[in-house]
Design a protein around this ligand. Structure first.
Ligand code: MG
Length: 383
């Protein structure tokens, strides 16, 4: 099957009324629910023409975000069935094309399931993914009393994607003009057609209530990023020495515009690096008077705030100081505790190491101190 035989419609024009917010924009593993759904259904047919159908009001923003060589965005209608129709008209597929219809609120669908439902539609004209009903099903009266236990063996939960030969859909639409249906499989049934049920992954949930995101989050790993920071400062007469936010008494300090805490500068750069936000010089230029004499904890706090804005949280930080003097060991515990406090981390997620350079190079000649830091940030699957 070539990509020309498949066309994809992702329906994303609902109102999220049971969710209380725009569920399709909710983050799941660092991406929106809708981005996950579009990516999942397109994975086996990446060059097939596709449309995302969105609410009229979000059309401009969605076009900006989504439109590309084989992906278009169109406005939906009042009902889901109208939105599907709008997407179909935009694609205008040939009668032998398999049209794949997927809910934008279903972020998890394995590629093998998409391929299976497309294969079934090619053979049978219409197919949908289903999952077994595992709970015992009761039929109730209007007062909440049980009338009977329903046999669940012949029942199945309807999932998406559903897939149809375009010609089959066109004929069913013509036959059922003016009717309503909840999904296109229902339209084909009402038109007297056969729909093949294809067993799909039961974890293919539709995000309907806020708790559904928590259920799905386990399927998407947290986005992990690592950043590195390195800084060097020369010693300077008449300055106080700060390392990891701790003042080392009786030692010559480092030259610099701020308090010149070389270790906190490396930590700041590691955090900025992990979230792709440039470096300390861009955010706190030494040319700006307001940073003169500033405690470097300010830079760390600002970098953390920036990471948080981008949806990241710090997981751990490892710092190495290269200095032949002063001896870091007597201050190591205090520095580690201070670092943990500044970073808002438990002490066991912060590590401070120190080494001398055995008399070699500018560190060995006691001309300055080098600090290196590595920071890990995580974009939680479900914040
Ligand atoms: Mg510096």
């Amino acid at each position: 099957m070539s990509a020309h035989d498949v066309a994809i419609i992702v329906v994303a024009a609902g109102t999220s009324s049971r969710f209380g917010a725009d569920k399709l924009a909710s983050p799941l593993g660092g991406r929106s629910v809708l981005a996950r759904a579009v990516e999942a259904v397109r994975t086996p047919f990446p060059s097939a023409p596709a449309v995302v159908v969105v609410r009229e009001g979000s059309l401009a923003a969605a076009r900006e975000r989504w439109e590309g060589a084989s992906l278009r965005v169109v406005a939906g209608g009042a009902r889901r069935q109208d939105s599907v129709r709008n997407g179909f008209e935009a694609l205008d597929p040939g009668d032998d094309t398999v049209v794949v219809i997927h809910d934008g609120a279903r972020p998890f669908v394995p590629a093998a399931d998409v391929e299976a439902v497309v294969g079934a539609a090619l053979e049978e004209g219409a197919a949908l993914l289903v999952a077994p009903v595992v709970d015992t099903i009761k039929r109730l009266d209007g007062e909440g009393r049980v009338l009977e236990t329903v046999r669940r063996e012949p029942l199945a939960r309807a999932l998406t994607p559903q897939a149809f030969l375009a010609g089959t859909l066109r004929r069913a639409w013509a036959a059922r003009l003016g009717s309503e249906w909840s999904d296109e499989a229902g339209l084909i049934e009402a038109a007297g057609g056969m729909v093949k049920a294809v067993p799909g992954d039961p974890r293919n949930l539709k995000v309907t209530r806020p708790g559904d995101l928590a259920l799905l989050s386990g399927l998407f790993g947290a986005g992990t990023r690592v950043g590195q920071g390195i800084d060097v400062h020369p010693f300077a007469r008449g300055r106080r020495l700060w390392l990891c936010g701790v003042e080392i008494p009786g030692e010559e300090g480092l030259a610099g515009h701020s308090d010149a805490d070389v270790a906190l500068h490396a930590v700041t750069d590691a955090i900025l690096g992990a979230c792709g936000a440039g470096d300390i010089g861009q955010h706190f230029p030494p040319s700006e008077e307001r940073w003169r004499g500033e405690p470097s904890s300010t830079f760390v706090h600002n970098a953390l705030a920036l990471a948080q804005e981008r949806g990241f949280r710090l997981v751990n930080c490892d710092v190495t100081v290269l200095a032949d003097r002063p001896r870091v060991a007597p201050f190591r515990e205090r520095m580690t505790r201070r670092l943990a406090e500044l970073l808002g981390l438990p002490v066991d997620r912060v590590n401070l190491k120190a080494t001398t350079c055995e008399g070699l190079g500018f560190v060995g000649r006691n001309e300055g101190i080098v600090a290196m830091a590595v920071a890990t940030l995580e974009q939680p699957a479900f914040p």
